[in-house]
Design a binder for this molecule. Structure first.
Ligand code: ZN
Length: 179
């Protein structure tokens, strides 16, 4: 079954190619707000607040996940990893063709590697991560021409809110540490 012609699709009017150039497109902001809700759930559970969702052009949101490293005591339990696993289960396929991964923070090298393995065509992130980002900041794993798959990456969607929740989380941690 081909999804090549998605011009008439409700979720992506005009097709994702048209959206790509505009990080302020309301659909990107709408989806990033969903990822932010996941980040807020992480924060409320005292986890580093990062959230991710996966959107399929016809099925809509097929995965919603948050960082659960503390809860699961699992170093791989980043929001993107969990969302990718959920999305693959929803599609019944490890290939996340036509999907868009939205994540509030620029993916780390592990998650960027998983994104390439999942053949995700689109990654949209909020805040850049100067210390660990692997889409632009430290590495460019998702667009490295030496790898067998490259994603199209859109950066900076709701970046202030996505970065702000992290800044506030770590500031609160420092404050409570001083007591
Ligand atoms: Zn990660």
């Amino acid at each position: 079954m081909a999804f090549g012609n998605i011009d008439d699709d409700f979720l992506f009017p005009g097709g994702p190619d048209l959206l790509a150039s505009d990080p302020r497109h309301p659909l990107h902001e709408y989806h990033m707000a969903q990822a932010l809700e996941q980040a807020e759930m992480a924060r409320d559970a005292d986890e580093v607040p990062v959230g991710a969702i996966v959107v399929h052009p016809r099925m809509g949101i097929i995965a919603s996940a948050r960082n659960q490293r503390e809860e699961l005591q699992d170093p791989t339990a980043h929001a993107e990893m969990i969302a990718i696993t959920q999305a693959a289960a929803a599609l019944g396929s490890w290939r996340l063709e036509h999907c868009m991964l939205y994540v509030t923070l620029e993916p780390c090298p592990m998650c960027a590697g998983a994104i390439v393995q999942a053949r995700l065509p689109w990654v949209i992130y909020g805040a850049a991560d100067a210390k660990a980002g692997a889409c632009h900041s430290l590495y460019s794993i998702t667009s490295d021409p030496r790898l067998n798959h490259r994603c199209r990456v859109i950066a900076g969607v709701l970046a202030e809110r996505c970065g702000g929740i992290l800044t506030e989380f770590f500031a609160a941690k420092r404050r409570s540490g001083k007591k």
